[in-house]
Design a binder for this molecule. Structure first.
Ligand SMILES: Nc1nc2c(ncn2[C@@H]2O[C@H](COP(=O)(O)OP(=O)(O)OP(=O)(O)O)[C@@H](O)[C@H]2O)c(=O)[nH]1
Ligand SMILES: [Mg+2]
Length: 312
């Protein structure tokens, strides 16, 4: 299936930064500093499971918004997912942002396309302002006004920041997951294995580092930061693998990456299907290692079977 994803929102909201961060995962700060406002639309493509995904990065400056309004069909027709980015630090332009959202959604209302899922992201929700009451009040206010105004749309709200790469990865993965039946199958599978293996976290990444499915067990909050660091390290490793364009076969060495910290074991396992790599990321208490190693091959086999059903 081909999927068209509209990435929209006012100028300076952070759309191109999000797509850059998604592509790079690490060391993108410099590149983002040097971004220029997007001229009209930039197109990015990638694959997710068996789908080809087209990101339409819609430059948000006034003249382009007017252009889109005049040529609504050209820009909005055939959209499978709308992602709307609001700069949560730009309070003065909340109203303008809502007006722009309305311009877009009116097209979908007029054309009987209210089924197209919408993700609204409250962006620039940087780690240091997460506990700020004003910011959180603003988010609640925006969320409520949008939900109330568009009761017929299926809307998912997210908070993102380029200083939290997982939030960016999750933004896209929640959006894409709507489209693939196999996603639900993988999701159920992972949930079962989380329990059976006794993991703290169990995540399936695709070759680009997009999360296909993720589950976490209850965890003492004091371990939470360490857990996120481990997951980020996995993202880093798989990004490097992608850059090196490894032609290794699945039997080759280097499939597994194990490291241990505190009493947690962090395990990244690469599986290959057709020309793509997928990665299972596991964080587990050290004492459960034996159980993990015993049952892990079953998990790999089950995932491979689902991938087969997707691609064959
Ligand atoms: N604090 C903070 N700044 C961000 C974040 N994401 C992007 N920025 C900054 O926001 C500015 C605008 O980013 P762009 O990605 O170019 O914005 P855009 O939405 O693509 O803008 P147009 O292309 O004009 O529509 C840049 O200076 C980024 O560094 C974030 O999560 N937090
Ligand atoms: Mg841009």
């Amino acid at each position: 299936m081909d999927l068209k994803i509209l990435i929209s929102g006012l100028d300076n909201a952070g759309k191109t930064s999000i797509l850059t961060a998604l592509d790079k995962k690490f060391d993108f700060q410099k590149e983002i500093m040097e971004l220029k406002p997007t001229v009209r639309v930039e197109y990015n493509t990638s694959t997710f499971l068996s789908n080809r995904v087209y990101y339409w990065d819609m430059g948000g400056q006034k003249q382009y918004r007017e252009l889109y309004e005049k040529n609504r069909d050209t820009y909005f027709a055939g959209t499978d997912l709308i992602v709307f980015i609001i700069d949560i630090q730009d309070k003065n332009r909340f109203d303008l942002s809502l007006e722009y959202l309305d311009l877009i959604l009116r097209y979908f209302q007029d054309n009987d396309m209210e089924k197209v899922p919408l993700i609204v992201s409250f962006h620039k929700f940087d780690p240091q302002i997460r506990d700020n009451d004003d910011v959180n009040d603003n988010i609640n206010y925006l969320r409520e006004s949008i939900s109330k105004k568009y009761p017929n749309f299926k809307i998912l709200f997210q908070q993102t920041s380029i200083y939290d790469i997982l939030s960016i990865v999750q933004l896209v993965s929640y959006g894409l997951s709507v489209f693939d039946e196999a996603f639900f199958e993988l999701s159920t599978l992972l949930e079962d294995y989380l329990e059976e293996l006794g993991c703290t976290s169990l995540i399936l990444f695709d070759h680009n580092g997009i999360i296909i499915s993720e589950f976490y067990s209850e965890l003492d909050p004091s371990y939470y930061i360490g857990l996120l660091e481990n997951i980020k390290e996995h993202l880093f490793i798989l990004k490097r693998m992608l850059e090196e364009e490894t032609n290794l076969s699945a039997e080759d060495a280097g499939n597994n990456f194990i490291s241990a910290e505190d009493n947690f074991l962090s395990y990244l396992h690469r599986i290959q299907y057709k020309k793509y790599n997928y990665y299972i990321s596991v964080i587990i208490e050290e004492e459960k290692k034996e159980n993990l190693l015993e049952k892990f091959p079953d998990l790999v086999e089950d995932i491979l079977n689902i991938l087969k059903s997707i691609f064959d």
